[in-house]
Design a protein around this ligand. Sequence first.
Ligand SMILES: Cc1cc2nc3c(=O)[nH]c(=O)nc-3n(C[C@H](O)[C@H](O)[C@H](O)COP(=O)(O)OP(=O)(O)OC[C@H]3O[C@@H](n4cnc5c(N)ncnc54)[C@H](O)[C@@H]3O)c2cc1C
Length: 381
Amino acid sequence: MAVPTPPFTEEHEELRESVRRFVTERLRPHADAWEAAHHFPDSVFGELAEHGFLGLKYPEALGGQGGDHLHDAVFTEELARCGSGGLAAGIGAHIGIATPPVFKFGTDDQHERYLRPAIRGEKIAALAITEPDAGSDVASLRTQATKVDGGWAVNGSKTFITNGVRADFYVTAVKTTGEGGHHGISFLIVDKQDAVRASALEKMGWHASDTGEIAFEDAFVPDENLLGRENEGFGLIMANFQWERLLMSLGAVAGMQVAWERTVSYVQERQAFGRSVSGFQVVRHKLADIATRIHASRCVTYDALRRFAEGEDAVKEVTMAKLVTQRTAFEVMDDCLQLHGGAGYMREYEIERMARDARLGPIGGGTDEIMKEILGKALAI
Ligand SMILES: Cc1cc2nc3c(=O)[nH]c(=O)nc-3n(C[C@H](O)[C@H](O)[C@H](O)COP(=O)(O)OP(=O)(O)OC[C@H]3O[C@@H](n4cnc5c(N)ncnc54)[C@H](O)[C@@H]3O)c2cc1C
């Protein structure tokens, strides 16, 4: 067992071993096929649930494992070894962004009807905030929920939603008043139904993930599916952002580590001009540079994780971790691809997939530019 690096303990390292075994034996062998099919089976959620991985941070009373965010952090790091950014994203959206608001803001009844089945892998969740005309400027969202007998009728559209096609329920941001800005936003748990039409988008990477475009056409949502307080949904959006950004940082660092390991063994084996490619000083310097960037990214991320786990208001540190790790991951993947030569451009060596998948990082979960805006405020500049 590896010596734990704070904030992790031996217990976390034991979990790491069991997640790594699962990822190696149950996910990794299928990753290429799922990437090629642009789909992974829903049954993956059931398998994850059998091992308790969908409820690591949730209380045992709700069917979870009674752990905390650090357990999910370990899971996220190991999931980065699965061989498919899209697979990691689909699982991550369910565990990391769609179910946390149900746990934090949900009623007992909502926990029973949505969280427990989600932890059991029987219901798949998506978080639906982004719209065609409202991404970074989230407060300008327009999907409208109008009061009807016994609930709401929802009309509008969402886009770029992870698990958007397969989801059984959508944790959805809507407007519940005619007011502009961040007032009058609420969250509804919208069940899959005929009035919710979803289709998958073609994209650069994350191929195994069903990034969906969703149209709500008078979709009925009963009163009891209001999540949190009416017209106070903006706070709910903000509540999970720190955790989402930390998860993205952890995933990026772990992904860079995988790319580094593969690249080192490739350049050690590859021969050119009568010696292994790693024998060239310029290659060794490049590898030293990559290792340094990975270490720096890990230090920033673990510092933010430790602060977050201890309950600190770590907005500044989490934002910095998201900002530095996502761009660095894409640059590191590109450097690793270059060190593979022509093989780097081929599907077989996987580094091209890692580079494509990494490109999402500086966009998703808040763009680099938005991270800098947040830092501008946090640093009072
Ligand atoms: C593969 C994928 C999966 C996703 N999954 C989900 C999901 O599950 N759920 C969900 O709700 N959303 C999801 N998203 C949406 C994602 O969060 C948004 O794409 C992201 O927040 C950016 O919004 P946008 O695409 O509308 O870009 P825009 O907001 O249109 O930004 C366009 C450009 O303008 C810049 N910009 C905007 N405002 C400013 C500003 N104030 N200052 C400087 N520059 C600015 C941006 O940084 C960017 O470079 C996903 C996106 C992708 C691509």
